[in-house]
Structure formats: C-alpha cells, structure tokens
Design a protein around this ligand. Structure first.
Ligand code: UD1
Length: 418
C-alpha cells in the first residue's frame, strides 16, 4: 500500500502546471481504436488510469508507444478479444472499450467496469443506447456481450445527462449507418474534446457541448494528431489548495471558463483571484472566508468531482455552509476523516452541514476514493502536524505527480510504499 505523509501548516508559493484531463484521456485512448491508422495524442497525464487503458490496448494487440506526455496508438494488427475481468475492473473508464469495439467490430466482450465506490454506478443508459443502435446485450456474472449485425443511427434520449453514456454512444455511432441524435446529452468539456478528436479522424459530429449531439455515420476514420485539454478537476483542486494556503499560488495551463462555477463560489467566499487567459492565481489565503452553500450538478453546474476538496475549504469559512451532493449517492466518505482531523460536519441524507472555522490537527486518515483522497491532501496541508493518508493509490489514479507538484511550491509531502 502507498501512503502519503504531509507535515501541514506550510504556506505554498509559486506555480503549479496542470496536466491533461484524466476524464478526456480515458475516453480518447479507447476512441483511438476506431481507426485502423495511427493516432497521436499529446498532453496525456501520467496517471495510473492511463496506464491501465494502455494495458487493455496491448491485450487487444494494439501497438502503444508511450513517451513523456504523448502516446502513439496503432491498431493495425488489433485483435478483438475479450477484455478479461481484471482488465475491465481496473478502472471505470474501461467501459469506453464497449462503445469503441462495438463501433469498430460490431462486437464487444468485457466485464462490468471498476472505479471509485462512490455509488451504484450502473451502465444501463450505455446499454440502452447500444440497443437503440441495433445491438443485443447479453450479460451473465458481470460479463457483457454486446453485438450487432449492423449498427443503424437512431434517436436516443438519455434519462440522465450521463457523461459516460454520452461518450460511449458517440463511440458506437460514429461508424453506424445513418444519423444518430443524442438528446439530453451531457455537456462536459471532455465530451467536446472527444468529439473534436473523432472529427479530426473524419467523424461527423455536431452539437457536442450542447444537450443535442448529432452524429452522421461514416465508413472510415483516418490517422490524426490530437491534444488533451487541461484537467479542470486537477486545476480546481489546486485552486482550492491555493485558497487554503497559497501566498500567492498560480495555477497554470487552465481553461478558466471550464471552472466558472468554482471560481464564482470562491469569489463569493471572499477569495481574491486573478483570472488570466490560461491561468488562475489565488492571490491571498489569509482573507476571512464567508460560509456558502454548494449543490453538485451536471456541467456547467458545480462539479461533483470538486465537492470533496471544496468541503475542506468550507471547514475554514466563518459560519454554516451546506454541501448537497446530487450525482453520487455515496460521496461523503471523506467526512468521517475530516471530522477526525477536527472539522465540525454533520451529514443528513445527501447534505453535509459544515460549521467553521475549525483548526485541523494532523492524524491518520484514508483516501477512500480518488477525490476523497484529494480532499485528505488539501486537509493535510492546512492541518497542524503530521497527516498520514493510507490507500494513496486512489490519488495517483487521477493526479499526475501530485507529490512533486506540491513539493515544488513548498509543501512538506512525501509518498511511501509500506
Ligand atoms: C463521469 C466522470 C466522473 C464524474 C461523473 C459526473 C469519467 C471517467 N468520470 O463519470 O469523474 O464524477 O462523470 O460528473 O469521465 N447513471 C445511470 N445509468 C448509467 C450511467 C449513469 O443511472 O448508465 C447515473 C449515475 O449513477 C450517476 C449519474 O448518472 O448518478 C451521472 O453519471 P455519469 O455522468 O455517467 O458519470 P460517469 O460517466 O461514470
């Protein structure tokens, strides 16, 4: 097991550069198999989720050439074999191979995906989408066989604006016959990034980033070069850390518009920000913070993936704040550990009430999932004394070089294998 150790109460100063977006990368890598030619994707983050997907590519006999920040994927000799359970379970986003393999070979065999335990995380909307395109789905003991004689464009309405279902249906539909429309599609920037990649390969997708996406099926996709957008969740996490202990802290390589909901909340709390074209600087973390309420929502609402780190900030705000989680039913697992650190938080149903400000004192905590882990890091940075975070592997799934990045701005943080 990996543990992260932090000696807290240090002020952070300098610049942190944001890596490529995890949630775009994890869809782009499977999407690359839709062509028979070479795809080069740059600004790929070095996180364990990326490695897990490259391992799946190798299992499918796809050539993967990984260098710093980029990957060249060549599926010329690819074989459509079953993605076995250990590979499927390594991460949530393995499910994008279902759409991509179905789109390319009209058949995908894999297992129910893994990922953070933040809720039931069903994939019914993905499967309904595939069925609407003409596929049949058989499932037994977590194994899914999805196949079609032919995929035909269809009008698909998503009951929930699911990021995963929107992308997966797009992947299956790009090479289908005719026109597919996805209504109530998710609008996250990562979806736009994936649609741009597919269009660069010759797909005909319009409307990505709005709630209606139209895909005109094409026979062939060709080679391309693509760049991953900056990770808005990694950026948001470091901006929150800047608000907790920056003096000042500049977060570079950011698309600030992707973070509107967070930035306006921070300004409402009294945090002084300088927002540039591609950076956000937290000018001062000594301001008296005002309490506020957040409610997670689909993009452009407040991102659920920033809810856990943001809760740490609320422990330092004056008065009563409320955090309502509407996307995942099990995303308050960080709260007991924040309470161990000294926070005053009560959870009732899907709302956490935070009373602040409270001084945090370092202790032993656990990263129960990726973003809960990020919350523990944020808390450890402001806690007095030593905080030890167990199960740090979760954090490395989504934050490239987190220890190095934080050390470079003055944090006392290290990672150990025990
Ligand atoms: C993606 C992100 C994750 C983020 C989430 C919400 C990736 C790899 N992960 O996850 O970091 O927290 O969006 O912004 O991009 N649902 C169903 N049936 C389905 C699919 C989803 O009921 O078939 C429900 C889910 O249980 C959840 C909601 O829809 O309550 C949103 O899920 P979704 O947008 O699909 O999340 P993911 O794509 O898994």
């Amino acid at each position: 097991m990996k543990i992260i150790e932090i000696e807290g109460s240090k002020k952070l100063n300098g610049t942190i550069r944001i890596s490529g977006a995890k949630n775009a990368t994890v869809a782009l890598i499977p999407a690359a198999i839709l062509t028979d030619e070479e795809a080069t994707i740059c600004n790929i983050p070095e996180i364990t989720d990326t490695e897990a997907l490259c391992d799946i590519l190798r299992l499918l006999n796809v050539k993967v050439n990984r260098s710093t920040e980029s990957v060249v994927i060549n599926p010329q000799e690819m074989i459509n074999t079953e993605i076995t359970e250990p590979f499927s379970k390594k991460l949530r986003a393995s499910y994008y191979f279902m759409g991509a393999l179905l789109g390319k070979y009209k058949k995908a065999v894999m297992y129910f995906p893994g990922g953070c335990s933040i809720g039931a995380r069903p994939i019914d909307l993905h499967l309904k989408g595939f069925e609407a395109l003409g596929a049949t789905v058989k499932s037994e003991n977590n194994k899914y066989i999805v196949e079609a004689e032919e995929l035909k464009g269809a009008n698909i309405y998503l009951d929930i604006a699911s990021v995963g279902a929107t992308i997966n249906i797009m992947l299956a539909a790009v090479r289908a016959k005719g026109v597919t429309t996805i209504d109530n599609a998710a609008k996250e920037p990562e979806i736009v990034n994936v649609a741009t990649f597919l269009n660069n390969m010759g797909a005909k997708i319009t409307g990505a980033g709005t709630s209606t996406i139209k895909i005109v099926g094409v026979d062939h996709l060709h080679k391309c070069f693509h760049e991953v957008i900056p990770d808005r969740i990694e950026a948001g996490t470091y901006i929150i850390i800047g608000a907790l202990c920056g003096t000042p802290l500049k977060i570079d390589n950011v698309i600030p518009e992707h973070l509107d909901s967070l930035l306006s909340k921070l300004e409402e709390m009294g945090i002084n920000l300088e927002i540039g074209a591609d950076y956000v600087t937290v000018l001062d973390s000594t301001t008296k913070l005002k309490a506020t309420n957040i409610k997670t929502a689909v993009y452009p609402g407040f991102p659920t993936d920033l809810q856990q780190p943001f809760t740490v900030l609320l422990t330092q705000a004056h008065g009563k704040s409320k955090v309502t989680e509407t996307i995942w039913e099990n995303r308050f697992m960080h709260i007991p550990y924040l309470k161990d650190l000294g926070a005053d938080i009560e959870v009732k149903n899907q709302t956490a009430t935070v009373l602040g400000p409270k001084e945090l004192k370092g202790c032993e905590v656990v990263a129960t999932d990726l973003r809960a882990g990020a919350a523990m890091v944020a808390a450890g940075l402001i806690a007095e004394g030593k905080t030890t975070i167990a199960n740090a592997e979760h954090i490395l799934r989504g934050y490239e070089q987190i220890v190095e990045k934080l050390s470079s701005v003055g944090a006392k943080i290290k990672i150990k294998e025990i």
